[in-house]
Write a protein of this length. Structure first.
Length: 353
């Protein structure tokens, strides 16, 4: 379609902010699709039979954890309004928490190893260094690994803003870092790097955890090929992952407010004004309405949105484009939205030719 352009035709006009959704992770590995996560969670008995029955009833063809969690959130709300007995309400809330935890564990357990993705990560790193700020709604380690791949070869540096070393006792061998909220300072040139790309996780990430005792939030650091095992060890001994996967925008906001890091990203970074925004692989579902509200506040002048054309018909693509324009109507006018092919040369994981 003439309405969908190549990334190379527009990239000079889109170097402000980048927002990455689950489509970015799936482009690197199908393991990150909800269907793969669901099959794994079911096969490994991370989901109880009641939860499987709910998926089979409402999400059989396209199992979506967040939609099932949203259904349970609605059920809990209805139970409360109708003054259902606390013991019965607890069963729904308990089911909600168990499904949420099964998603977290499935993402960690099914996660590809660094070596499986290594060949694509430098390309992803090169792509994201074009931008001033990158917001990833994904929980996986791909952008963290991509930043390590780029920083190792001295291109424009990528900062996740966890820069303050945390001192541990002699028992602690894993390096951890606290969040530095002076992000303006981190944007300044440093050494050989003329600019920095700042990387934020509005919904948390596997490598960010909150300590059980003090609720401090820290980043786990390790060599790329050891990070997954370090994360497993740290969760078991010290705390819980900072990981937002609630089923409604309202409940996500509630969890965000309980995290100092997520609150900073949500209130200070997402609405930061910029001329332009690029969206890659984000479905813009109603469960992310809180993200959309913050994008409105950034006062963008233009937005670029990736489209995966695949084997879709022209009619299907036209419907998809029309739907995206509607969803973004409060962010920018429709004539300020441009669509680009997600498989373009130089875009995301794709080699530049």
């Amino acid at each position: 379609m003439s309405e969908i352009v190549q990334w190379s035709a527009i990239k000079e006009h889109f170097q402000g902010n980048l927002l990455v959704g689950n489509g970015g992770s799936i482009a690197l590995s199908r393991k990150f699709s909800y269907s793969s996560l669901y099959e794994y969670a079911k096969d490994k008995n991370l989901l109880k039979h009641e939860a499987v029955a709910i998926f089979d009833k409402f999400q059989k063809k396209n199992p979506d954890f967040e939609r099932v969690l949203f259904s349970l959130w609605q059920a809990d709300y209805i139970n409360e309004r109708f003054k259902v007995e606390k013991t019965e309400r607890y069963k729904v809330r308990s089911g909600y928490l168990k499904i949420r935890r099964s998603l977290i564990d499935a993402v960690k357990d099914i996660h590809p190893e660094f070596g499986e993705l290594k060949s694509d990560l430098v390309n992803v790193g090169r792509f994201i260094t074009q931008f001033n700020n990158v917001f990833s709604l994904n929980y996986d380690l791909t952008l963290y690994w991509a930043s390590l791949s780029i920083n190792d070869i001295n291109l424009n540096r990528i900062e996740d803003c966890f820069t303050q070393p945390v001192t541990h006792g002699s028992q602690q061998k894993t390096k951890t870092y606290a969040f530095n909220d002076d992000t303006d300072d981190l944007r300044e040139p440093n050494g050989i790097n003329s600019k920095a790309t700042l990387l934020f996780y509005p919904h948390g990430n596997l490598f960010i955890y909150q300590t059980k005792a003090t609720k401090e939030e820290k980043k786990i650091e390790a060599n790329a090929d050891l990070l997954l095992s370090k994360i497993t060890d740290m969760w078991r001994k010290n705390g819980n992952p900072v990981f937002i996967c609630e089923g409604s925008s309202e409940s996500k906001l509630s969890s965000i407010s309980a995290s100092k890091y997520l609150t900073h990203v949500f209130q200070k970074e997402l609405p930061r004004q910029s001329d332009n925004l690029t969206i890659y692989g984000w479905g813009m579902g109603e469960q992310d309405e809180h993200i959309m509200e913050q994008l409105k506040a950034a006062k963008y002048k233009r937005v670029a949105v990736s489209i995966f054309t695949g084997d879709k018909s022209e009619r299907s693509l036209a419907d998809e484009i029309r739907g995206i324009k509607q969803k973004l109507s409060d962010v920018v006018p429709p004539d300020k939205i441009v669509f680009f092919d997600s498989t373009s040369s130089g875009c995301w994981k794709n080699e530049e030719v």
